[in-house]
Design a protein around this ligand. Structure first.
Ligand code: PMP
Length: 398
């Protein structure tokens, strides 16, 4: 048989966690595992702005024909404006191009193949730790994957170690940075840290790739773009992967973009010709529906305002849960130990709980976290914060 030698690979541990959570009969269970936003009801609903945009699209759309390798032009322009700012001089100079991709994952894979094909010999540097799919995507494209320190075993952001390693990266290599809401740790660089990283990137002639999967989930839509805009304004060339999965709640519609900034409008055409050729081999044309929704929302002032309010609603719920959890842990003598949860940004938190404590939380309290103690803060039910704090205290005081 042709398939005889094919071995089974272990399934994604997060998928196993979803299953275990679903079958857990404890009414007081907590799902802090899978990385999707949840509202106060524990649901991941369709945003109101998205529903309205979809209804308009049903009425308006006249064709389902292919949309071309780079996707819909209006989506590309609007997402570039959202990321870089409407007044970015790069947009006016036509030094920016967005290629519509199946989610941020698609943007990363396109980027990985682009680097492998067009910038041969360049290695890529990822934070340690990073989103595990970063590791596999770049390796699958044949790139040499290396790491710079980010958060150590003491569960602290180690900027000095990060900068020291960046200072030794071979000239020309690609360095992947999380714009905000670092996955999995939740620890973000300060503005001063970003400036130091920029200095090194410039002096060592590195090519930054900024992964921007959580715009609006940290400090706000504009605030979260600060680092991206700092780099875009200071450097002649930049790669950005943007995802609409979280901030538009479009997870399954697979909506994202690879945004490329070049030093001239002419060079942009060369780069984009390569990107559409590469995309042709990956998925030919990108999926349309999610990007059409995003374009409808961002292109309509009323829908855009509604959407911005909804993003703010999600952002502030996460911020309140962070503060609320630290507050609930304080009377149990754990406020200081878990103060970092209030400092971290975005959905994820490296709690600092070890594997034994994570297992105890799961088996004794039905609190589901991912290994390495990563919690999805958005999965917390605010009305049961003290119960969660009690469970954490129980495994910590053991
Ligand atoms: N980058 C990071 C850091 C992420 O956490 C995610 C989503 N988990 C993505 C990219 C891509 O997400 P998607 O493909 O769903 O847009």
């Amino acid at each position: 048989m042709h398939f005889n030698d094919i071995q089974r690979v272990p399934s994604d541990p997060i998928l196993g966690l979803i299953e275990a959570y679903a079958t857990d009969a404890n009414p007081n269970k907590f799902d802090l595992g899978v990385g999707v936003y949840k509202d106060a009801m524990g649901l991941t609903p369709i945003l109101r702005a998205v529903k309205l945009a979809e209804q308009r699209l049903v009425d308006k759309q006249t064709t389902k024909t292919y949309i071309g390798g780079h996707g819909q032009t209006s989506f590309g322009t609007l997402i570039s404006e959202l990321v870089l700012g409407k007044d970015s001089p790069l947009l006016a100079a036509k030094r920016v191009g967005a290629t519509q991709t199946p989610g941020g994952t698609g943007a990363l894979r396109l980027c990985a193949d682009f680097i492998a094909d067009c910038l041969p010999g360049r290695g890529i540097w990822l934070s340690d730790p990073t989103w595990p799919i970063h590791e596999s995507i770049f390796a699958a494209a044949g790139l040499k994957v290396s790491h710079y320190p980010y958060v150590g075993s003491d569960n602290r952001l180690n900027v000095e170690a990060m900068l020291a390693t960046l200072n030794q990266i071979p000239h020309g290599d690609v360095v992947l940075l999380h714009a905000c809401c670092h996955n999995p740790t939740g620890f973000d660089l300060s503005q001063d840290d970003w400036r130091q990283v920029l200095d090194i990137v410039r002096s060592r002639d590195l090519l930054p790739l900024i992964d921007f999967a959580y715009q609006g989930f940290g400090d706000g839509l504009e605030q979260d773009a600060w680092s991206v805009r700092l780099f875009a304004d200071a450097l002649p060339e930049l790669l950005i992967t943007s995802s609409c999965s979280k901030n538009f709640g479009l997870y399954r519609e697979r909506t994202g973009a690879l945004i490329v900034c070049t030093d001239s409008a002419e060079k942009l055409l060369d780069v984009r010709s390569q990107l559409s050729a590469t995309a042709r081999n990956l998925w030919s044309n990108p999926p349309d529906h999610g990007a059409a929704i995003v374009a409808e929302i961002l292109g309509d002032p009323e829908l855009k305002t509604l959407w911005m309010d909804e993003v703010e609603e999600m952002r502030s719920r996460i911020a309140q849960l962070r503060a609320g959890l630290v507050e609930a842990l304080t009377p149990l003598g754990l406020g200081e130990r878990f103060a970092h949860i209030g400092v971290q940004r975005g959905m994820f938190s490296y709690t600092g709980l070890n594997d034994d404590q994570v297992a105890k939380l799961r088996y004794e309290h039905s609190v589901y976290l991912v290994s390495a103690g990563r919690a999805n803060i958005a999965g917390i039910d605010a009305s049961r914060l003290s119960l969660l704090a009690q469970a954490i205290a129980d495994v910590c005081h053991d």
